[in-house]
Structures are given as structure tokens and as C-alpha cells.
Design a binder for this molecule. Structure first.
Ligand code: SAM
Length: 383
């Protein structure tokens, strides 16, 4: 895996050492992609001066932000991303490249229009097109006619329906020629503010719950099948401190709140929109807010050391962005073990073929299958 990133910007070469967050030795996982390089190359070849105020959206681990900060140290840069690991990755990469003191402000993507006006905007195409439409509609609230957004993407993801979605959300778009299998889409705002798309909302009648999801949250319009199996097989007991790790919209935490009336709940996710959705769902279902904490974190990295859980519920992700990887699940299981009391339970659901039982046995020395169907298994390990 290479960590050496090279670009040429404002007539200057820029060499950076960039790592993913958390760092990984997997040779297939790099901290940037060709669309990042293409965006910077496109900027350089456009001969336009770099602006003093820049907004960078969906920069995976800060490659764009670090390059801009390196060649224009006095620039005022806003880094906007939904993922906590993106924020932590950008901060770590800035620090590792001696750029920690540059002027970078951080925000999530729940109110992105707020900082957009008068900025040069660079953006990476997210995987989730509802999230793209939401982000662009938010930008349409404040951009003036003629303002430009440069969007970097893999060429295979660019088609007429994507360009139509962009045009509907903010203004017309045209794609560059292909370079290293990527293109840069130039979007020109038409100056008309669009209403932001409404969060999705649905019922889970068998559990008496109502759920709403902001645009970048897992399981957009119905309960995940793994979560459904998990909700049917929650462990029985008098739990008092329960963590929903990777909570998404909070479905597991909401069910736990119903099932364990004496429990204090901690709902944690790396997506700011997930955490906000879980918070809204807690209120939507009339639960007592003094019983819950909503945590935007990379797994449980920053959970206060006084939190000692007797149950951790987890439906772990098996990818990070576009990369299929089990390293987040592994980190979640390790973090769960760290915060559990002796005798506490980690209760997980996973796709049968992912082999999580091997990981749990290695970590806890035990693992029991609680339930399964054709596709998923519920596993439990005791600390
Ligand atoms: C399979 S979804 C499960 C969501 C929800 N618990 C459910 O069962 O419907 C996995 C969740 O893990 C979150 N996630 C991914 N990486 C994470 C990390 N490093 N730290 C915390 N949460 C993470 C994702 O944002 C996503 O919401």
C-alpha cells in the first residue's frame, strides 16, 4: 500500500504522507483515490487561482484538504463530512504532514449550506445518492446563480440519471473527459433554492416503533433484516447499562429501551446523520431523554471510562466507504470487550458467511449461537 500522495497545485509540487483512519496495513486500502488526484489536476489545469475560502465535502481521509492546506497555508478551509472517521483521518493527516496549524474548520453534513456561500467548492461523489441529493439541495439554499461545485467521481458511476439528479437538486452539470477511470463534474448552481428532501419515516408495527432516517443513514426505508432478527432475539435480563454500537437509526437501542426499563442507553455511530436520526427516533417514540446518550464516535474510542456496560448490541458494518473490510467489526468487538463489565454480554448479528464466531472466540474465549436463519446468525460472547 502506498501512503505517498503527490499533486501539483498553484504551480507547486505537493508531497504528502497520507493514511486511512484508523490506519491499516491492508495493501488494498489507500487513503485517497484517483478521483481526488483528478480533482486537483483539474483545478491546476483550469488555471484559476485557488480561492482563499474553500469548502471540501466528503473528503474521505483529508487528501484534498491536506493538499490545499499545504499549497495555500493561509486559506480558510471548511471540511464537511458525515463520518467521524473522515474527520479524525483528516486531522491525523494534517498533523502528520506538519499542517495542524492551518485554518481548517470541521462540520458535519446536516447543515452544509451554512458555510457554502462565497467558497470554492470541491466534493467527492458519495455512494448514497439520496445523500448526494440532500447535500446539493442544502447547497442550493445559499449558492448564487453561477457558483460552481467541482465533483470528483469514478467514471463508471456517472450517467445521465446522475446528471439529471444533480440538475434537479442544484443546477446543470457537465462531465470532463475520463482520466484514470475518473471524471470531474462541473456543476453550476442556478440560484433557485430547493426544499431539502424530507427524511424517510416508517413504522415497525410488531415492535410498536416509528423510525425516521436522515439521508445518509443505513436502512433507508425499512428495518434491516439483520436488525429485525436481532430485535426478535434480544437477551433477557435486568440490564442497566446498554450500548447500541453502530446504532444507525437506533432501532436496536429503541427496542432495548422498551425491553430493559431500568437501563441507561448509549447509542453510538460514526455517521453524524445516524446519531441525529437515533436522537430524533428516541423522541419520536416518546422515550425519556434522560435515559439516553447519543455519541458521534469511531466505535467507542472516546466513550468515558466510567461507562461500564452489561450489554453491547451490535450489527457491525462490513465495509468502509467502498472498501469491503472486517476491520471495523474487529475494532467494534475489541471496544465492546473493553467497556463491558466482567460477565457482560456482547450480542451481535452478522451475515453467516462473515465468520464472526471465529473473531469472538479469539477475543472472548467463548461464543454461543443464539439464533439463525438462512442468511444471518445471532452470536453472543461473555466477558
Ligand atoms: C449494519 S449498520 C447497523 C445499523 C443499525 N444498528 C441497524 O441494525 O439497523 C452498521 C452501522 O455502523 C456504523 N459504523 C460504521 N463504521 C463505524 C465506526 N467506525 N464507528 C461507529 N459506527 C460505525 C454505520 O454508520 C452504520 O450505521
Amino acid at each position: 500500500m502506498t501512503t505517498r500522495f503527490s499533486a501539483f497545485l498553484s504551480g507547486n509540487p505537493c508531497e504528502l504522507d497520507l493514511h486511512r483512519f484508523p490506519t491499516t496495513s491492508d495493501p488494498n486500502l489507500q487513503a485517497w483515490d484517483a478521483a481526488d488526484e483528478h480533482l486537483l489536476k483539474y483545478l491546476e489545469e483550469s488555471n484559476a487561482d485557488l480561492a482563499n475560502k474553500i469548502l471540501v465535502i466528503n473528503d474521505s481521509f483529508g487528501a484534498l484538504t491536506c493538499a490545499l492546506a499545504a499549497v495555500k497555508p493561509d486559506a480558510d478551509i471548511v471540511f464537511a463530512a458525515d463520518g467521524r472517521t473522515a474527520h479524525l483521518g483528516c486531522k491525523a493527516n494534517l498533523a502528520a504532514n506538519g499542517l495542524a496549524n492551518t485554518n481548517v474548520d470541521y462540520q458535519d453534513c446536516t447543515d452544509i449550506g451554512r458555510n457554502a456561500q462565497g467558497r470554492q467548492i470541491l466534493m467527492k461523489l458519495p455512494k448514497n445518492l439520496n445523500f448526494l441529493a440532500d447535500t446539493l439541495s442544502q447547497l442550493s439554499q445559499t449558492l448564487k446563480a453561477g457558483d460552481v461545485i467541482l465533483l470528483g467521481a469514478k467514471a463508471k458511476h456517472i450517467n445521465q440519471s446522475l446528471l439529471a439528479l444533480i440538475a434537479k437538486a442544484v443546477g446543470p452539470a457537465t462531465a470532463s473527459l475520463t482520466w484514470k477511470k475518473t471524471r470531474v463534474i462541473t456543476i453550476v448552481a442556478d440560484g433557485s433554492p430547493r426544499p431539502a428532501p424530507k427524511p424517510s419515516m416508517w413504522d415497525v408495527p410488531e415492535h410498536g416503533l416509528q423510525v425516521t432516517n436522515l439521508s445518509n443513514v443505513f436502512a433507508a426505508s425499512k428495518l434491516d433484516i439483520g436488525a429485525r432478527l436481532m430485535m426478535e432475539h434480544l437477551p433477557q435480563g435486568q440490564f442497566t447499562s446498554v450500548i447500541d454500537l453502530g446504532c444507525g437509526n437506533g432501532a436496536l437501542g429503541l427496542k432495548a429501551a422498551q425491553s430493559y426499563p431500568d437501563a441507561r442507553l448509549y447509542l453510538a455511530d460514526e455517521s453524524a446523520m445516524a446519531v441525529e436520526s437515533a436522537r430524533r427516533n428516541w423522541a419520536l417514540n416518546g422515550l425519556d431523554t434522560s435515559r439516553a446518550e447519543f455519541i458521534w464516535d469511531d466505535c467507542l474510542s472516546h466513550l468515558l471510562s466510567e461507562v461500564q456496560a452489561d450489554l453491547v448490541l451490535c450489527n457491525p458494518p462490513f465495509h468502509q466507504g467502498e472498501a469491503i473490510t472486517d476491520h471495523i467489526a474487529w475494532q467494534m468487538f475489541n471496544d465492546a470487550r473493553r467497556v463491558l463489565k466482567p460477565g457482560g454480554l456482547l450480542h451481535i448479528v452478522g451475515n453467516r458467511h462473515l465468520g464472526y464466531h471465529i473473531k469472538l472466540k479469539r477475543l472472548f474465549g467463548n461464543c454461543k449461537t443464539i439464533a439463525s436463519n438462512g442468511k444471518f446468525v445471532i452470536l453472543q460472547a461473555v466477558k
